[in-house]
Design a protein around this ligand. Structure first.
Ligand code: NAD
Ligand code: MG
Length: 383
């Protein structure tokens, strides 16, 4: 089952599946609004069901798949129904908080969920983790850093870990001045040096908000307190995550920057699936470098870490404000520096007014998400 099948992760997941013929049967594929891409991937994977979240696209999807024998559906409820179809593994690869409800439905049904969608956890982490524990669902981290850390942990209880480090490539603006970054265009921000990804996460990678969201994701998924989580800038994107144990030993998760590696790990877990991802040749790479992040040039990372330390629902607020600001930046309605400003202002407003509380349930989280989006839209309108 692939939620978000037409996106970058969805396509890479399809690649891994097609590279391992006979290993997987695809129960359902769910996409947002790109009918042609969804129909293509449904046929490619011989899925039993294809669901498009945009209800107005139903007719087009039915036409595209007529004669294929693939069942079709449309609308947000059909996406949730698809997520509830019995499956050994659900890949959660919808972008943004739009993924919360269908992914949570699969978790509540006790499925094993390979989670690429970090916004699910940033928006509704406590509720997600509580549901997973109550339903006996397994969450497999598909985000490359978390997957590397999961592998580096090797089954050790995360509570006995002294430190977890997530690496960041530094994005396209790693060496830029603050002024140049502040006035960057969408084209410049979309030109990621190491990874090819969907537009939202690519902008987050340029602002380093992505790393902030990932620290929050790591906090929830591994249950590690914020003060044991750290970020290092590592431009080669070879070491994705590191774990320091209480005896001083450090293990690292390494691979070429290719999402098919963590995807294959989740699809095969606990076995291994063969991929044709480029193999790592450390002698060829020669030098691996690590730096501390610069919060002055990349304020979004600081704002995200502050939201995590503050708690009380601010990660939910942060994520919502960031999604609105990134969409506005891509639509040229605000500047690059307004993304971090918007996230910070909206978080400050909710903290000041006491409007944010740790969401107890998914419904609470989504209500807070909506309120924060409204506040962020006002900020952007004045930016
Ligand atoms: P993308 O924009 O390429 O794809 C997003 C997918 O979500 C598409 O299939 C889209 O149709 C679907 N979608 C959007 N709104 C939807 C809705 N309301 N209902 C159902 N489906 C909807 O994004 P991506 O780069 O594939 O990233 C997906 C998620 O994985 C994000 O949360 C991202 O942070 C995370 N992630 C991505 C990468 C990467 O390399 N691309 C790496 C790590 C984590
Ligand atoms: Mg990542």
């Amino acid at each position: 089952m692939i939620l978000g099948a037409t996106g970058s992760i969805g396509q890479s997941t399809a690649d891994v599946i097609c590279g391992a013929p006979g290993l997987f049967d695809v129960v359902a594929v769910v996409g947002g609004r790109d009918v042609a891409a969804l129909a293509r991937i449904a046929r490619q994977l011989n899925a039993k069901l294809a669901v498009i979240a945009d209800p107005s696209a139903y007719g087009a999807l039915r036409d595209e798949l007529s004669g294929s024998g693939i069942e079709t559906g449309a609308g947000p409820l059909a996406a949730i129904d698809a997520a509830l179809r019995p499956a050994d593994l659900v890949v959660g690869a919808i972008a943004g908080a739009a993924g919360v409800e269908p992914t949570h439905a699969a978790v509540a049904a006790g499925r094993t969920v390979a989670l690429a969608n970090k916004e699910c956890l940033v928006c509704a982490g406590p509720a997600f983790m509580r549901t997973a524990a109550a339903a006996g669902a397994t969450l497999l981290p598909m985000d490359s850093e978390h997957n590397a850390i999961f592998q580096a942990l090797g089954g050790t209880d995360p509570k006995s870990v002294e430190r977890m480090i997530l690496t960041a490539s530094g994005g396209p603006f790693r060496t830029w001045t603050r002024d140049a970054i502040d006035t960057a265009t969408p084209e410049q921000a979309l030109a990621h040096p190491n990874w090819s990804m969907g537009p939202k996460i690519t902008i987050d990678s340029a602002s380093l908000m992505n790393k902030g969201l990932e620290v929050i994701e790591a906090h929830y998924i591994f249950g590690v307190p914020a003060d044991r989580l750290d970020v290092l800038v590592h431009p080669q994107s070879i070491v994705h995550g590191l774990v320091t144990f209480s005896d001083g030993a450090v293990t690292a998760g390494m691979a070429q920057p290719d999402m098919r590696v963590p995807i294959a790990h989740c699809l095969g877990y606990p076995d291994r699936v063969t991929t044709n991802a480029r193999r790592l040749d450390l002698a060829e790479i020669g030098t691996l470098t690590f730096d501390r992040p610069d919060f002055d040039r990349f304020p979004a990372l600081r704002v995200a870490l502050e939201a995590l330390s503050h708690g009380n629902g601010l990660p939910t607020v942060l994520n919502a404000a960031n999604e609105i600001a990134v969409a506005a930046f891509l639509a040229r309605e605000c500047g690059f520096r307004d993304i971090a400003r918007c996230a910070e202002q909206v978080c400050m407003e909710f903290a000041r007014n006491g409007d944010a509380r740790e969401p107890e349930s998914i419904a609470d989280a989504l209500a807070l998400d909506r309120a924060a989006r409204d506040c962020a839209r006002k900020f952007i309108a004045m930016a």
